[in-house]
Design a protein around this ligand. Sequence first.
Ligand code: ADP
Length: 406
Amino acid sequence: MEDSTLMIETLFQHASLGIIIANRAGQITRINPYAEKLFGYEAAELINQDIETLLPMELRKKHVGLRVGYNNDPIPREMGKSLDLLALKKDGSTFSVEISLSSYHIAKELFIVSFINDVTQRKKGREELENKVQERTRELSQALEELNHTNDNLEAEIRQRKDAEEKMRQTLEREKELNELKSRFVSMASHEFRTPLAGILTSASLIGRYHLPEQEEKKLKQVKNIKKSVHNLTTILNDFLSLDKLNQGKIQARLSRFELKDLIQEVLEDMRGISEQSHSLVYQPQHQELALYQYTEMLRNILMNLLSNGMKYSENGTEIKVFSKVEQANVKIAVQDQGLGIPEEDKKHMFERFFRAKNVTAIQGTGLGLNIVKRYLDFMQGSITFTSQLNQGSTFTITFPQDVQS
Ligand code: ADP
């Protein structure tokens, strides 16, 4: 053997690279020991076999075409660059390979040389690296998420603190308002209490002087005056107590089921007792029996308030009418008087605390009643409106759901 041939043969035998030589028809003519080991064959088993024997089944047909193409232009190059090439072992398993192709002629016969490199390990390494990268990316995004979470928690904490501050501010504000209210009430009450107290005193001393049987009627009249004054005082006190409770959120509101007509009749009866029949109170329901689920005591207070205003601001002997009807599960109750009415420019202030119209200064009152009524109605998910004409009379109408949503 010539030196160079020997050298090539040595390389062929010892290269740690698979070398397979095939003829133009794709039949294997030689295979080096490394390739034998790679594919798990003895050389003799492969000689004269199609090179496709070493390819997975699904690639064989395509490979024949590619091989013929290469025969026509057999320049050295890598096979399927940037593709993941797979080769088939004798035992049926596959492995990843990189293949370089080359060719030579002997006596005009074309031979194709394939240099085959097992890249399973390298690929595995790359996959591991990719996995690692993926894992790190996952860890990173998890860390980011946690960071976001921490941020959210922090924001929630700040929000909570702000809420607490806001609540505190509101409480202080309420307290301040309550204090103002109380001092205003004290000055108002001391003024408003004076008249009924003076009235009571006068009546009491007059009664003390009536000894004769024929003075019995005069006596009764004074007793009536006392009752009226006491009622005035009670109203003022009740107004204030309700307002105080409302302001402090201490209002005891109990829901119950009741019959509307019965309740209105009851209130009218009470008012007749208090007013000593000064007015005729007439009830005209425009519905059959009507069961409500509402805050009974609030409704009772509202009606008493509206009725006592009606009586207070209209002449004795006049009529006060109460109407009730239902419209789409809403109850409407109207209290109508034929009294003083409300001046146009005062109408917009009617539900403000302590507001009293300029035509009622001679009549006792606190200016709290309607404000309380409105706030009770808020509880009942209802509302109040009124129409009024000076010296003709006023009608206050309340509307609220038949069944309150608790
Ligand atoms: P008060 O009657 O104690 O003054 P309210 O809050 O009940 O307080 O009423 C506020 C004001 O509304 C009254 O002072 C009066 O000017 C006016 N008002 C309320 N009801 C009537 C009514 N039926 N007729 C005329 N004016 C009324």
